[in-house]
Write a protein that binds this ligand. Structure first.
Ligand code: NAD
Ligand code: ZN
Ligand code: ZN
Length: 350
């Protein structure tokens, strides 16, 4: 297959430019890289944080965003032996890591100080052809549809890892805060597949209907509840609150609230990354309830393989809407307003 010289992409040209839909050159893979012809890319709220410059972390500029890309390998560098041309591959947030530092040696490669981030420090998946380090792409079995699997490559891996980090066991209850969003909808499916009970927390009737359909035992509407802590605790059978809380929301409030409703011995896992936000918990309550508060950041290569395998086995079915790459600004507008139930997936032009 001939690889063109030029391609369509959504480019952040400067911090003020928004995204610009334009033609740019097709990149060439380095010796340890592959070139992936992206077919579909999910849009993660992280891409919107990157556009807005929300975080204390420098981004590349100009920048092609996107890090939930699924496509076909069309070229590879001379050092690449484990990926073949024609393989289906996923391009993730973790574009590359040094593979030699203490964190990489212990399979904590997201913590590598030299980590490269797709759609943030290197160009990502909102383009037809994207490079990625061969060691870090996820091989996608050929019987897996590339549109539906795209959101697994960030949202799926992240929530699967977060659920493991929570330590919640089958039969226990997890509260999923931001349950109606991209990460939240997938978190409900992974939690269900792992035998957990689910309390979904988000806003509005569309998200309520989706959460009930995805398997939540209870839905607490943060826009309507007058006592959210009481409502979340009342949603557990014994009234003692959830064993674990996954914080996926894009606002700070829930990060201050979770310690008040989590069960004694429970864990709070922060995953959402609202701008300028702080986690808060009373020292007294945290000590005498023996609460465990921690962060969780994407997943390692093995988490990626496991998350895709859950999907392949038919256990993970979360709603997504497909729109053309050109429509990315419309997706960002809906995301900013909190109006997306599930995920949007961009389809690349032919
Ligand atoms: P999204 O916009 O699809 O979903 C966010 C959801 O949070 C929305 O449904 C919104 O209604 C809900 N929400 C907002 N305020 C709330 C509140 N007070 N209570 C309950 N729900 C509330 O976003 P997403 O793509 O699912 O991403 C979520 C967050 O996770 C983002 O900040 C993103 O950057 C972050 N993220 C982190 C990692 C990681 O590795 N830690 C990986 C991917 C994404
Ligand atoms: Zn993401
Ligand atoms: Zn490293």
């Amino acid at each position: 297959m001939a690889i063109p010289e030029m391609q369509w992409a959504q480019v952040i040209e400067s911090p003020e430019s928004g995204v610009v839909y334009k033609q740019i050159p097709v990149p060439k893979p380095g010796p340890d890289e592959v070139l992936v012809n992206i077919k579909y890319s999910g849009v993660c709220h992280t891409d919107l944080h990157a556009l807005k410059g929300d975080w204390p972390l420098d981004r590349k500029m100009p920048l092609v965003g996107g890090h939930e890309g699924a496509g076909v390998v069309v070229a590879k560098g001379e050092l690449v032996t484990q990926v073949e041309i024609g393989d289906h591959a996923g391009v993730k947030w973790l574009h590359g890591s040094c593979l030699a530092c203490e964190f990489c040696r212990q399979s904590d490669e997201p913590l590598c100080a030299k980590a490269l981030l797709s759609g943030y420090t290197v160009d990502g998946t909102f383009q037809q052809y994207c490079t990625a380090k061969a060691a870090h792409v996820s091989i996608i079995p050929k019987d897996v549809p590339l549109d539906a699997v795209a959101p697994i490559l960030c949202a799926g891996i992240t929530v699967y890892k977060g659920l493991k980090e929570s330590g919640a066991r089958p039969g226990q209850t997890v509260a999923i805060v931001g349950a109606g969003g991209g990460l939240g909808s997938l978190a409900q499916q992974y939690a269900k597949a792992m035998g957990l009970r689910i309390i979904a927390i988000d806003g509005g009737e569309e998200k309520r209907a989706m959460c009930e359909q995805l398997g939540a035992q209870a839905y607490v509407d943060f826009t309507k509840s007058s006592d959210l802590v009481a409502d979340v605790q009342a949603a557990t059978e014994d009234g003692l609150g959830p064993h674990a809380v996954l914080l996926l929301a894009v606002s700070e409030g829930p990060f201050q609230q979770a310690a008040s409703y989590v069960r004694s011995r429970g864990s709070i896992v922060a995953i959402g990354l609202p701008a300028n936000a702080y986690l808060r918990a009373p020292v007294f309550g945290t000590v005498v309830k023996m609460i465990n508060i921690k962060g969780s950041y994407v997943g390692n290569r093995q988490d990626g393989i496991e998350a895709v395998d859950f999907f392949r086995r038919g256990l993970i079915k979360a709603p997504f809407k497909t729109v053309p790459l050109e429509d990315l600004p419309k997706v960002y507008e809906l995301m900013e307003q909190g109006k997306i139930a599930g995920r949007y997936v961009l389809q690349m032009p032919e």
